[in-house]
Design a protein around this ligand. Structure first.
Ligand SMILES: Nc1ncnc2c1ncn2[C@@H]1O[C@H](COP(=O)(O)OP(=O)(O)OP(=O)(O)O)[C@@H](O)[C@H]1O
Ligand SMILES: [Mg+2]
Length: 369
């Protein structure tokens, strides 16, 4: 059974007052004018994966204004583990609560049940902007293969925040540093190893596929200096870096300094020097490869969120993308301003028109063109 959302409900989420959307396993097309609430809808879907959602917004930002009371998002989700009733809720701006089948649930369980990937217009400059965006993109792929990646990342970040606090306060007690560095080395080595395994899975999936989308050669690099790989190396590197880190007031070594280097394989040109369209094609290609690898690993394609993906593709590339999504059997949620952008999908997808009114937004199921 393909992984998909059967029913999505929103209450007081961003511009949406109340939404009930019934869907089947096919790709979901959301079209409507600018500002109608399409991206807000797929942001709600992005919450079905661990983390803060695709905009990294706070629960407070997601609360519908002007009421500002809180919000709810719910879904009946068909997963390889059966049908799950998943609900998220935030009251008065408090961090969101996750419930699965009416019981509080940890994020890792959510990550095991729902594999989810996204591509947003803000990622168009991913290859040319700072390392953070690329690291996040890599970690999102990694999380789709290793649901525990979220937890080790949180452990690492928490210990690093503590260590950075010591550094800022110019604390020099080696015992304090050692305790935190041990935690950082443990979780940091796991982060590194998960990322490397992910890159191998992606490379393998790219090599296996016949696709119209270009392959990317990917390499994990360090923004500066050496990359400690094992727990022992990381422990030692952190200890050796203390003096330098005290001067900087923050930790200068570890997996939080990693970067993803990409090359447009067919031309041997770095992704950052490729054309705008080529850069986008590389990202699409990586998401599709990731999805193919997941079909092999867990027997189901991930849910994929593609915000305004059609706008940047010519008709041929668009048709190729839709064919690949349908072949994968992925419930891809796609947005665009008009239905004509999705003509090549025909009745392989389901269509919803999103419109704004003073009652909030409305969503109407539409037949295909
Ligand atoms: N917390 C909030 N409360 C109420 N409205 C909000 C909130 N956050 C965002 N909005 C509004 O939601 C509206 C719809 O935004 P959204 O990004 O979903 O539009 P869209 O349909 O994707 O448009 P486009 O085609 O331009 O991408 C915006 O006008 C924005 O001001
Ligand atoms: Mg939008």
């Amino acid at each position: 059974m393909p992984l998909h959302i059967n029913r999505l409900t929103l209450s007081h989420f961003r511009s949406h007052l109340h939404v009930l959307l019934d869907a089947d396993a096919r790709p979901v097309v959301l079209y409507g004018p600018n500002g109608a609430g399409k991206t807000n809808l797929i942001e709600a879907v992005s919450l079905f994966s661990p983390g803060r959602g695709m905009r990294r917004a706070s629960a407070q930002d997601m609360t519908r204004r002007p009421e500002g009371l809180g919000w709810k998002v719910g879904g009946l989700v068909e997963t390889p583990d059966g049908l799950q009733d998943i609900a998220f809720q935030s009251e008065n701006g408090a961090p969101r609560q996750v419930r699965i089948n009416d019981k509080p649930a940890p994020q890792t369980r959510l990550g095991e049940l729902v594999r989810l990937l996204w591509l947003l217009p803000s990622m168009d400059r991913l290859w040319i902007e700072g390392a953070e965006g690329r690291r996040r993109f890599l970690d999102r792929m990694t999380l789709s293969f290793f649901p525990s990646h979220g937890d080790v990342s949180l452990t690492y970040e928490k210990a690093m925040r503590e260590r950075n606090r010591l550094l800022k306060e110019q604390v020099r007690d080696p015992m304090w540093y050692k305790a935190l560095e041990t935690q950082m080395a443990q979780s940091g080595a796991a982060i590194h190893s998960n990322r490397l395994k992910t890159l191998r899975r992606i490379a393998h999936a790219q090599n296996q596929a016949s696709t119209q989308f270009p392959a990317a050669e990917l390499e994990l690099i360090q923004t500066e200096g050496e990359m400690p790989e094992t727990e022992g190396d990381l422990c030692q590197a952190l200890e050796e870096s203390r003096f330098r880190d005290l001067a900087a007031g923050r930790t200068l070594v570890g997996p939080h300094r990693a970067d993803l280097y990409g090359v447009f394989a067919a031309k041997g040109v770095p992704a950052a020097d490729s054309s705008t369209g080529e850069q986008k094609a590389l990202l699409i290609s990586l998401v599709l490869s990731n999805a193919r690898a997941l079909v092999e690993d867990i027997g189901a394609a991930p849910i994929v969120l593609l915000d305004e993906v059609a706008a940047h593709l010519d008709a041929g590339r668009r048709a190729a993308l839709y064919d690949e999504i349908c072949a994968l059997g992925a419930q891809a949620w796609m947005t665009g301003t008009g239905p004509e952008l999705f003509a090549e999908l025909g009745d392989r997808a389901q269509y919803f028109e999103v419109t704004e009114s003073n009652q909030g937004t409305s969503i109407f199921p539409r037949s295909s063109l």
